[in-house]
Design a protein around this ligand. Sequence first.
Ligand SMILES: *Cc1c(COP(=O)(O)O)cnc(C)c1O
Length: 408
Amino acid sequence: MKPLGPIPEGYAAIEGVLAVDGRKVTELVEEAGGTPLFVYAGGLVRRRIASLRAALPECVALHYAVKANPFSPLLTLMDGLVDGFDIASGGELAIVRDAGIDPGRVSFAGPGKRDSELEAAIAAGVTLNLESENEASRALAIADGLGVAPRLAIRVNPDFDLKGSGMKMGGGAKPFGIDAERVPALARRLVEAGAEWRGFHIFAGSQALDADAIAETQAQTLALAARLTRESGVPLPRCNLGGGFGIPYFPGDTPLDLGMVGARLGEAMDALPPELAETAFCVELGRYLVGEAGVYLARIVDRKVSHGEVFLVTDGGLHHQLAASGNFGTVVRRNYPSAIATRFGAGPEEAATIVGCLCTPLDRLADKGGFPQADVGDLVAVFCAGAYGASASPAAFLGQGPAREMLV
Ligand SMILES: *Cc1c(COP(=O)(O)O)cnc(C)c1O
């Protein structure tokens, strides 16, 4: 048997069936009209945000990185819980606007913004996190044409990265942000051009479980923001400190020590350099807010034995849960947390490999995990499915189409 990742807190069994926010998944599947289905637990999202608010210094605002999960009812829930939204495309701009979110609370990062996306964002009053000098010139020209002062921030490519992070997004040559040494001149240029100056966005990495590494990166981020402010001679109204708070996906992963992250950030806020005395701060988090609140449910449609190994074949697969299959930014495939949802809480009886319905050997949701004996008709649950699931998987592959999604 191979180990499975840790099942997040907040899930229970009712009469042997996995329950989400107190409701059996068998009922939720029926209500949704079938499987495959993503269920997002609003209660768990609220609880997570409450614990963040309690841990982080009050002066640090909380933003949601929409790309983690852009499901519209979830965004509507988030609208009442977070202080801002970070988007990474014109498509996400349309999604947040459809969800009724005030564009004045939205910032837009990401390389390769098209002129049409810049125009839509500027016209709506979205803050642009500029990724290059070229993008700055295009934004200023478009704003000129519209006759408005654009809200512009600079995404800084820091000269450090977030240690232990799953995805490094800063340090060295990167397509993201503007190299730190070129930032002061650009900040001056934006202010002189009459833009509404919105400060820096400094994002150094993602999916870190080490509180010490996060605290160290935040300290470096503050020092960099202070230095660039001094060098630019332009006051810094805002600074987005990035995020990178990770969640445990794999065997042996342990949860982030949020108390320590909050305490260390609090100390840093109490000892800010003079350049940052008037600056407003935020962190931007995706998976930490929603990842553990989501479960992917698929139904077993076949059970077979090949060369002595048990295969549970489901109606879902990597076309909805690419990350759980090990094909979204992982080097070595390890098992996500998963369970037989209709035998939830029962001990392991056999080693079984849970696969999807795609005709590719990549389509594995769990590899030789220890599960209670399951058969055709049982439901399989893959946890940590609230972020980078439905919207980060190739739903059109093999003509399968998207999964159902519901917020409870
Ligand atoms: C992807 C991304 C995030 C969200 O990352 P998580 O690991 O989901 O928290 C935040 N900010 C930027 C700039 C990103 O690219």
